[in-house]
Write a protein of this length. Structure first.
Length: 100
């Protein structure tokens, strides 16, 4: 699955992710970058749903759908990413989850 995902990304295909894909441990040569993974859960699904004007990025005028994590997954060591937890989830501007 990951091999096909990386091959598709290298070909310029926009790929959306689901949680099952994210749970698997790819071989290093098959791994997507952190930025590709972030886009697979944000802007690319919005684009695929023709909703890129409403969601997918944090911008003025868009729906406030976002997740606050316990660490910056773009900067922490790779081994620490799986230890990151959801601190808060906001959907349409309303807090729907707040962790302890």
């Amino acid at each position: 699955m990951f091999y096909l995902t990386v091959k598709a990304l290298l070909s310029g295909v926009i790929v959306m992710a689901v949680s099952e894909i994210a749970k698997r441990s790819p071989l290093s040569e098959e791994a997507v970058t952190r930025m590709q993974a972030l886009k697979m859960f944000t802007i690319w699904p919005a684009w695929a749903a023709f909703e890129e004007d409403l969601r997918g990025t944090i911008e003025v005028g868009k729906l406030a759908d976002l997740t606050i994590l316990s660490a910056d997954i773009m900067k922490i060591p790779e081994a620490e990413i799986l230890k990151t937890r959801c601190v808060m989830t906001v959907i349409n501007g309303e807090i729907v989850f707040e962790g302890s």
